[in-house]
Write a protein that binds this ligand. Structure first.
Ligand code: GLN
Length: 307
């Protein structure tokens, strides 16, 4: 049996030719400046084994991967009543699509598309201000990691705010259906800042290990969510974590996963491990092209698909 480190290195070498294919997320100017050549990955197992390769120590913009953490926080805060305001079905549309919102009366299909994540940000704003909410999200992601491992990148947040016309439209639409309790500007500010969290693959794999461990984080030595909730967050990720490419990701990788337009992807191997990969160029659905290929290879070599 090759070691996990050897398996990861083999997968990395195999995928290197795909690095740079696809396009950077140039609708957010700060993300368009990231070098196209980056590829990194980290795996942390529940037995404490860690494997890393390439640019695994370099911080990148978390973007929509933050939605998994804010979903976990919102479920902690309001429990199953969250599902009155947001669904849990795949959307089959792009992450920033507005088309279903009108037909479905302002209830977003799921919490991992932008409309759903805006509702989740609104839930997290309850009883606290914008700065405090952003700080709570950062602290939740950072958890047992050292304090400098997860930071808010103010430049990315400002860049998103400058060009966030679609997100502003989604938020205004949600507000018109009374599915936001706080001012649109406050919800957007929380959302842009959660997307602008920056961390490395090494930190990300550690941060989401609780989802592989029935909600009990072995690194932090404490329960983050209940076992049932961890399973449910994973199921939402499997069905919705890659937007209109969720089916393709399940087909190729077979793990609950969540992508971000910064080029990161987290994948959960229930009962075994958490994986984080990063390569900034995206496929047409806005998911890391080389990152997906790397996960496909890792899943094939380890036999870790849930199917
Ligand atoms: N901040 C990005 C946006 O709202 C997040 C999208 C993503 O990562 N898919 O457009």
């Amino acid at each position: 049996m090759p070691t996990l480190q050897a398996t990861l290195e083999e997968a990395y070498e195999a995928v290197l030719p795909e690095v740079g294919q696809g396009a950077l997320a140039n609708y957010i100017p700060a993300l368009a400046r990231v070098p196209k050549t980056k590829l990194g990955a980290a795996i942390v197992t529940l037995d404490g084994e860690e494997a890393r390769v390439g640019d695994s120590d370099e911080a990148f913009s978390m973007q929509s991967i933050s939605k998994v953490f804010t979903l976990s926080m919102a479920l902690q805060k309001v429990g199953a009543t969250l599902w009155h305001r947001v669904g849990r079905e795949p959307s089959g549309t792009a992450f920033n699509s507005i088309v279903q919102l009108e037909r479905e009366h302002g209830i977003p299909r799921n919490p991992l598309i932008n409309a759903g994540a805006l509702v989740v940000s609104d839930v997290l704003l309850e009883n606290r201000g914008v700065q405090e909410t952003v700080g709570a999200i950062r602290d939740f992601v950072a958890g047992g990691l050292d304090a400098s491992a997860v930071v808010v990148d103010a430049e990315v947040a400002a860049s998103e705010a400058e060009t966030g016309f679609r997100n502003a439209s989604l938020a205004n639409f949600l507000k018109s259906f009374r599915n936001l309790n706080h001012p649109v500007a406050a919800v957007l500010e929380v959302y842009f800042h959660q997307c602008a969290l920056s961390l490395s693959c090494k930190a990300l794999a550690r941060a989401d290990l609780f989802l592989a461990a029935d909600g009990q984080d072995p690194l932090r030595g404490k329960r983050i969510v209940s076992p049932r909730r961890a399973r449910r967050v994973n199921s939402v990720m499997l069905m919705c974590g890659h937007y209109d490419a969720s089916g393709d990701f399940a087909f190729r990788v077979g793990l609950p996963g969540k992508s971000g337009v910064g080029g990161g992807i987290l994948a959960i191997v229930p009962g075994r491990a958490a994986i984080a990969v990063w390569s900034p160029c995206l496929n047409e659905q806005g998911n890391s092209l080389a990152g997906t290929a790397l996960l496909e290879r890792i899943a094939a070599q380890t036999g870790w698909s849930v199917f």
